[in-house]
Design a protein. Structure first.
Lengths: 182, 1025
């Protein structure tokens, strides 16, 4: 996205560029470029499973409910919640250059039991994005009405269901880490 | 109590009303608070420890320096207590240890003990009381341990033991012998332990039913095929002699011989094995003769010894007694005439919240003075067999040497045992190959594992801990009403749709489970069905944690398939799935041939009336099966109206009727497991509960139908001494007026000949008791298929019929709730107050509480490694969730009538870890944060933990920090529903309150409740006031 500090000195040209930008952004549907839409979100709870929060409109009322940093490298995991959709999702910012990173949502039913990796999103040039030399990977949504945590792993791990911190955070030799359970 | 004795009372029959009076006094005592008559210095007991008040006179002047003592065991709702009374303390009772198995969800415990010949140890075999109802549990469902008398230290020996009156059995030294049977009783694993180490030193498989074993320094002796035998190391038997009569007691004496008691006809015979032959030492006038082992083989004969040549038995002393006692001291100075627990004679009142009281009467052998004790037996609680073992072959299975070895690896010493026996054939084992092994290398990330469905998919049709399957615990009046209606096909009450929030359609119990029309006409006498319910479930439809008026989980037998043990993962291939008050089993498992429909299964699990209708249907079908055999198996005149004539149908209700003549070599009828001639039962026993209410503490001494008929004759008593159901209607000839009172004692007309179901032509079983040989094979050749009659002539003057307490067609009576109705109100608080209850929809309860909108979620997390692997790191094993669920219970109490509870466990006991989380809807908290007052709701019961730790995670603050604060609180309250202030804290979105049941110093015995939490916007306040 263009930095907002770039501008064109000529006013008419500025207007033209801005109109072109708006048209371009509308074409590619980049979130945030268009005016905030007031429509209701397109899913709710279970029907949001796996869907993108921005695309469904669930992120309109997003609340940050966890902001977790990995101790050594500064990578972060953020969990967001939407009241309108009753869902959560996570954004994994991986500061290790050239790692595309894997973002996970791990869930346990409300009555207890075995966990499952609800989603595992492999970062790549297509699904992730570079922001200030960090790879950002976002998961789809899962419903809030269960125990849920988010995890981030390096991508060179095998792509099977994995939990880098199955024990609640006291493990050593971690390749990856998780938020606490919500 | 010592494995040799059996509780019997002879002489003047004593009706239960006398005991009831005692219980009334007991109840008054307990309800009035600390006893005003407590004897000082009662040691480990609270109450009157029973010390003789004038020991010099009552016990003799040498009492203070005497080394004599009473050592015995008594099971109740708290566990299996090892009780001790030392003469040097004037026979004041104390509790050496209370044995429990954590996570085994038992309403009450039963067991047997024997003191070693050197007096230094007590060996114990113990099991949930319900084990006596299940042939599989009787065969291999008990636990074994040894207790050091001087220190009280408990060493667990092995699990998977048999529950029989003659095990454990002690010799003259430190050897103790235990047995374990195959379910069909055709083989016996005979194990000898060294009491000083608690380790098994030998284990041999005997290919026969091996009873009354006795260890000596070199050998094991016992009885098989009616012969006195010596067992060789490889399990083969050497026949020594054929005793006169059926043996019931065997002991080593002080001169390297054996003393043996047997029943011949209606008399006891004393014999002695002198190394080369059996010497007869006389025949008593009755069967009131018992043998109690003493120090070094100096044993005590108790009872009627007038015709017995006691002097010719080395080391044998004789103590006269009108009735058989429950225990005798080592050196014979004292006789414990009766030891009873107030909750073994009655239905346990629920979860042990009411502490049972033990009554004991001890008689001085020297003077005959009796000292009475009333105390609460609570020793240092020792949890045995509680460590997690994931091999799956540990407790609950009957695999011979494999189980023996694994048991030793969980002993505290951790060393391997040395089994000196040669390779033996392991008994059949059922294991679920979970593929999950302990000690998994902790390399991260951990790949999630999916344990096989035999570990994770329940097979019992109705789940536990489900909000739509909350079961109202009926009170006893409702149960009697329902039985009275059901046996007359009149249980036509209609349950409305969504009855008790079950989400089901409307139904009528009678339409769903119509009573079977009986072949030959007539109906089931109500007291027969009531007695079956008493034996099956103590009249509980819901889990015994729920008292009448509560709701709780369905009562299910062995829901997890692992013998209700926490020592192995669930094994859903081995479930029993007996549901509710009648323990309806057929069709209640997904693996049964014709499973019940969803509506039927729900009704059986949740509605006591439907469950009773189903039980009545099954009993009627059993009667019809017996009548439908090619030779109908009728009892006496065959009329259904007489209680005594239901002898066979009750037998078949428990262990089945074999009807198919194309199977089992053509053998049909009733099996050996409940045949009264089976030497697993004491041949000299008295009718269950007739003379001693303490019988209820060791039901394993009697076959099933004798226990049920005992409950019909002696109605079960609820806490507070009211009987749970009314007496039968007796024929005049069944009643006698007691000599010195106006009380009338009425007894059922029961067979007194335990060999009645023996015929050499029918089941290879010798009916003559002069030869001690019951059915040698124990297989289908022992099955009995003949009609029987022990009442001749006009039965109407000799047998009992039903008595209905409720008119047919009467309405369901109102429930007698033990506790006041739970709190159904929304708490008053500041504007914006919201409550998070334990259910998504808190209107789902059995009390009609309206529920309330919940602005948040309640979640439970079980265990510590939800990835399914058991990970060991830093010496700790992080447990998967599959075992913690076993000790988690829903209960109809607390806010809007629903809570969960479990027990508090030690800090690293992850196998039992339960974490509760109350998470407000993040949007209910402003993004900039807000102060909230937090109140936790405590129920009127289900909460006894004195120190639990609430952790509040406050959410993501504006600086990005995620602060948290904790608060230690006691959950103990005054027995009323109440809101308790946890304090005021600043919350941001993402805030949540956590509570874990792992508490430093916990022992698995205190209840921790998970109830509602209220959040109220506040302007000031402090945290954790």
């Amino acid at each position: 996205m263009f930095s907002q500090r770039e501008f064109i000195r000529s006013a008419p040209m500025r207007l033209l560029v801005i109109m072109a930008l708006v048209a371009l952004c509308a074409l590619v549907g980049i979130p945030g470029a268009t005016a905030a839409r007031a429509d209701a979100p397109s899913c709710s709870a279970g029907s949001c499973e796996g869907k993108n929060a921005e695309a469904t409109g669930c992120s309109a009322d997003e609340l940050l409910i966890e902001d977790s940093s990995e101790s050594s490298g500064g990578s972060t995991l953020q969990m967001y919640y939407s009241s309108a959709c009753q869902t959560v999702w996570a954004i994994f910012t991986d500061t290790v250059e050239a790692y595309f990173g894997v973002a996970e949502l791990v869930t346990v039913p409300n009555g207890g039991g075995l966990e499952q990796v609800d989603q595992q999103v492999l970062g790549s040039a297509d699904t992730g994005s570079m922001q200030s030399n960090n790879y950002v990977t976002e998961t789809g949504m899962t419903q809030w009405n269960q125990s849920v945590k988010a995890c981030g792993l390096p991508q060179n791990e095998p792509a099977e269901s994995e939990d880098p911190q199955p024990d609640g955070g006291t493990a050593v030799n971690i390749l990856g880490w998780c938020t606490a359970w919500h | 109590m010592p494995g040799l004795l059996h509780p019997r009372r002879r002489g003047r029959p004593r009706r239960w009303t006398a005991v009831t009076t005692g219980l009334v006094a007991l109840a008054a005592l307990l309800l009035s608070g600390p006893t005003a008559q407590a004897t000082p210095d009662s040691g480990a007991v609270t109450g009157n420890s029973g010390a003789f008040t004038d020991p010099a006179a009552d016990l003799g002047t040498g009492w203070k320096s005497s080394t004599d003592e009473l050592l015995t065991g008594l099971g109740d709702s708290q566990g299996f207590h090892i009780l001790e009374a030392m003469e040097s303390k004037a026979f004041a009772w104390s509790t050496l240890a209370t044995l429990t198995v954590p996570g085994v969800d038992a309403a009450s415990w039963t067991g047997y003990t024997c003191p070693t010949g050197d007096g230094r140890y007590v060996a114990a075999v113990y099991a949930p009381s319900t084990a006596a109802n299940s042939p599989a549990q009787r065969a291999a469902g008990a636990f074994a341990a040894v207790v050091n008398v001087a220190t009280g230290k408990v060493t667990q020996v092995a699990s998977g033991m048999a529950l029989d009156y003659f095990t454990p059995s002690c010799g003259t030294g430190d050897q103790v012998v235990f047995t374990r049977n195959t379910v069909d009783e055709s083989q016996t694993q005979v194990m000898v332990a060294d009491a000083s180490t608690g380790r098994l030193v030998s284990s041999s498989l005997v290919k026969a039913q091996f009873t009354t074993p006795v260890p000596t320094a070199a050998d094991v002796y016992g009885v098989a095929h009616g012969d006195l035998v010596r067992m060789n190391a490889n399990g083969t038997l050497s026949t020594l002699a054929r005793p006169q009569g059926q043996p019931y007691a065997l002991a080593a004496d002080s001169a390297h011989g054996l003393q043996l008691l047997s029943v011949d006809g209606s008399r006891s015979v004393l014999q002695r094995w002198n190394g080369s032959g059996l010497v007869a030492l006389g025949t008593a006038q009755s069967t009131n003769v018992g043998l109690f082992s003493g120090l070094g083989g100096h044993n005590t004969l108790v009872g009627d010894a007038t015709s017995l040549n006691v002097k010719a038995a080395p080391g044998l002393r004789s103590v006269p007694a009108a009735e058989q006692p429950d225990a005798v001291s080592f050196q014979g100075d004292a006789v414990a005439e009766s030891i009873t627990s107030a909750d073994s004679t009655s239905a346990p009142s629920g979860s042990g919240w009411d502490q049972p009281t033990t009554e004991a009467a001890v008689r001085s052998a020297r003077t005959g003075t009796v000292s009475h004790a009333e105390f609460q037996a609570s020793g240092p609680v020792t949890q045995t067999f509680g460590q997690s073992s994931t091999s799956g072959t540990a407790s609950g299975t009957a695999s011979g040497t494999t189980a023996v070895k694994s048991s030793s690896t969980v002993s505290t010493s951790g060393t391997t045992e040395s089994v000196t026996s040669a390779a033996v054939t392991a008994l059949a084992a059922t294991t679920c190959d979970s593929g999950v092994s302990s000690g998994y290398d902790a390399s991260y990330p951990v790949a999630l594992v999916t344990p096989p469905s035999c570990d994770t998919v329940p097979t019992c049709l109705v789940a536990r801990n489900s909000a739509t399957k909350q079961v109202l615990q009926p009170s006893e009046n409702m149960v009697e009403w329902a039985v009275d209606q059901a046996v007359h096909a009149d249980l036509t009450i209609t349950r409305p749709a969504n009855y008790d929030s079950n989400g089901e359609s409307s139904y009528s119990p009678e339409s769903m489970f119509p009573a079977a029309a009986l072949t030959g006409g007539g109906t089931i006498p109500a007291q027969v069905m009531l007695a079956i319910l008493a034996q099956e479930s103590n009249l509980k439809q819901a889990s015994w944690h729920a008292v009448p008026g509560d709701a709780g989980n369905p009562l299910v037998s062995d829901y997890y398939g692992n013998g209700d043990s926490i020592s192995s993962l669930p094994n859903y291939t081995g479930t029993d799935c007996g549901y509710g008050i009648a323990q309806v089993t057929d069709g209640m498992s997904s693996s049964s041939g014709s499973p019940m429909t969803e509506a039927q299964a729900s009704a059986v699990a949740t509605d006591y009336a439907a469950n009773i209708a189903a039980g009545v249907q099954i009993l009627g079908q059993t009667w019809n099966e017996l009548q439908g055999l090619s030779t109908p198996m009728t009892v006496n005149d065959g009329s259904a109206q007489y209680i005594e004539n239901w002898y066979y149908a009750i037998w078949g209700y428990n262990s089945g009727v074999y009807t198919d003549p194309t199977q089992n070599d053509g053998h049909v009828g009733l099996g050996w497991a409940n045949n009264p001639a089976n030497p697993a039962y004491d041949a000299a026993r008295e009718p269950f509960m007739r003379y001693d209410t303490g019988d209820a503490a060791h039901p394993g001494d009697w076959p099933y139908q004798e226990r049920v008929l005992g409950w019909a004759e002696n109605p079960q008593v609820t806490y507070g001494s009211a009987t749970s159901y009314t007496d039968a209607t007796y024929a005049t000839s069944e009643c006698t007026v007691l000599a010195s009172s106006t009380d009338t004692a009425c007894f059922l007309n029961l067979p007194t000949n335990y060999r009645l179901f023996c015929s050499t032509a029918v089941n290879d079983c010798d009916p003559s008791t002069t030869s001690g040989s019951p059915c040698p094979a124990t297989d289908s050749t022992c099955w009995w298929n003949q009609p029987v009659s022990w009442i001749s002539g006009d039965e109407s003057t000799q047998a009992a019929t039903e008595h209905l307490a409720y008119p047919l067609g009467s309405a369901e009576p109102a429930i007698n709730s033990q506790y006041a109705a739970p709190d159904c109100s929304f708490p008053s608080g500041s504007t914006g107050t919201f409550v998070i209850g334990t259910e998504e929809d808190s209107s789902k309860n059995v009390f009609g509480c309206p529920g309330g909108e919940s602005s948040g979620k309640f979640s439970l997390r079980l265990g510590d490694s939800f990835a399914g692997k058991e990970i060991t790191e830093s010496g700790l094993t992080l447990e998967n969730p599959l075992t913690a669920q076993i000790d988690l219970h829903q209960l109809g109490a607390g806010w809007m009538g629903h809570i969960y509870f479990t027990h508090t466990y030690p800090l690293n006991d992850y196998a039992h870890k339960v974490t509760a989380q109350w998470a407000p809807d993040p949007s209910a908290i402003p993004a900039a944060g807000e102060q909230f007052d937090i109140h936790i709701h405590l129920p009127s019961h289900g909460n006894t933990a004195s120190s639990v730790y609430y952790l509040l995670k406050e959410g993501v603050s504006s600086t990005g920090a995620e602060p948290s604060v904790g608060c230690t609180k006691s959950q103990v309250n005054s027995g009323q529903d109440e809101w308790v202030d946890l304090g005021t804290a600043y919350l941001w979105p993402g805030a949540r309150l956590l509570l874990s049941n792992l508490v430093s110093g916990a022992t698995g015995t205190s209840d921790i409740a998970f109830d509602a939490v209220a959040f109220s916007p506040a302007t000031s306040g402090s945290w954790c006031p």
